[in-house]
Design a protein around this ligand. Structure first.
Ligand code: PLP
Length: 415
């Protein structure tokens, strides 16, 4: 008999991968750092740190404006980063990928620019209970400006969307659906493909908030058929201050500029200004050149490791951690969707999540405690916050055991 299909599980050497991340050697007092706050921001591999540092050491100049050697080098590196991002998302063309500060700015760009051009009084914007404030507040502001209304797809107690409500919610008044692909607070994977299909059939445009999905799922914006997709570089092992807004070219071409100034214009007179095409029209001023280059390096690094190997390791981590934490008395898991990635949220009877976070920190374990910028979700669940451990592929099974052991200690301290 041949051995079981072990060969279908890609090999993954977590110890070797950890060597790529200098910060993982940090000690917190006498404890080795256990970094379980990856949903807030992921750590950076040497490949990203070196790409940013080499850029400043060897190639820095302003882009697009210079005729000199360094400006051409920097422009080339910046443009290459956009090509890398486009391949990562499977966008049809690099010009559909706009460099922005992060998911927040990407969503604000669409809310402001698309909203101004398309939203009218009486229109509706459809969100979900799972959304991060970054995918709520910009829509509220856009809606208030014109007298449009926000509606919400509800969830069940496990943190899964109740899609039975979708057909009733998707009236002809809904002009836009804005949905997260993965919940930052619960880890729920949202069936965005299905929602996009039904939203399009109802005539609505769809924005996907990919801030939490890009580190865990393979993304294909053409297969999803989303109209807009926003994510942040820093959650994808890249630098802070850089992110991407993908938009279908046909839609972006029709949008008015978001910000204005240098580099996004064709011709300026005091009477009138004409604007450049994509992507420059949405990248006013000097962009985050080093950030884009660092993000390109992060994507190339992930490509080398291979998505399937990372995903299989992360699956093992989440399953192991879930079983270990569930076994602790008086701990209740928050968010038990059938399809989940990366996040383990929980509460412990009689212990405030911040106290859990503080005690774990004294053991070198970094988690997050609070509402996770998802207050409407917390209200729906009847809690004020959770303790959240969030995983990346460089975490180990031993680290999840240390998390569970530390939680048992917390439990004992609070009796
Ligand atoms: C689901 C989700 N959307 C949007 C954001 C905003 O990302 P950023 O602060 O990087 O712009 C976050 C950040 O935590 C998030 O988790």
């Amino acid at each position: 008999m041949p051995p079981p299909a072990a060969s279908t599980v890609p090999a993954f050497d977590v110890a070797a991968v950890r060597e790529d991340f200098p910060i993982l050697a940090t000690r917190v007092g006498t404890h080795p750092l256990i970094y379980l706050d990856n949903a807030a921001s992921a750590q950076k591999p040497r490949a990203v740190i070196d790409a940013v540092s080499d850029y400043y050491a060897l190639r820095h100049a302003n882009i697009h404006r210079g005729v000199h050697y360094l400006s051409a080098e920097a422009t080339d590196a910046y443009d290459q980063a956009r090509v890398t991002v486009a391949k990562f998302l499977n966008a049809a063309e690099p010009r559909e990928c706009i460099f922005v500060r992060g998911a927040t700015e990407g969503i604000n760009l669409v809310a402001s620019s698309w909203g101004r051009a398309n939203l009218r009084a009486g229109d509706e914007i459809l969100l979900t209970t799972l959304e991060h404030h970054a995918n709520i507040v910009p829509w509220q502001i856009a809606a208030e400006t014109v007298g449009a209304k926000i509606k919400v797809i509800p969830i069940n107690d496990r943190g899964e969307l109740l899609l039975d409500h979708l057909d009733t919610l998707l009236t002809p008044r809904v002009k836009l659906v804005a949905i997260t692909q993965v919940s930052n607070a619960l880890g729920t994977v949202v069936p965005v493909r299905e929602i996009i299909r039904r939203a399009h059939a109802a005539g609505a445009v769809v924005l996907v908030d990919g801030a939490q999905s890009v580190p865990h799922l393979r993304i294909d914006v053409r297969e999803l058929d989303c109209d807009f997709f926003a994510f942040s570089g820093h959650k994808l092992f890249g630098p802070t201050g850089i992110g991407v807004l993908y938009g279908k070219a046909a839609l972006l071409e029709k949008l008015p500029p978001y910000q204005s100034g240098g580099d996004m214009i064709e011709r300026v007179t005091f009477e009138k200004t004409t604007f450049r095409g994509l992507p420059e029209r949405f990248e006013a001023g000097t962009p985050d050149i080093s950030g884009a280059i660092g993000l390109g390096a992060a994507i190339r690094y992930l490509d080398k490791l291979g998505h399937d190997a990372l995903a299989a390791h992360e699956r093992r981590l989440l399953d192991h951690a879930t079983a270990a934490v569930r076994a602790i008395p008086d701990v209740r898991l928050i968010g038990e969707a059938a399809d989940k990635v990366g996040v383990l949220s929980f509460v412990m009877d009689g212990v405030h999540p911040h106290d859990i976070g503080t005690i774990l920190d004294s053991e070198g374990i970094a988690i997050r405690a609070g509402h996770h910028c998802a207050q409407p979700l917390m209200q729906r669940l009847g809690i004020t916050g959770t303790a959240r451990a969030s995983f990346a592929f460089y975490n180990t099974i031993e680290e999840t055991d240390r998390l569970a052991a530390a939680l048992l200690k917390v439990k004992k301290m609070f009796g």
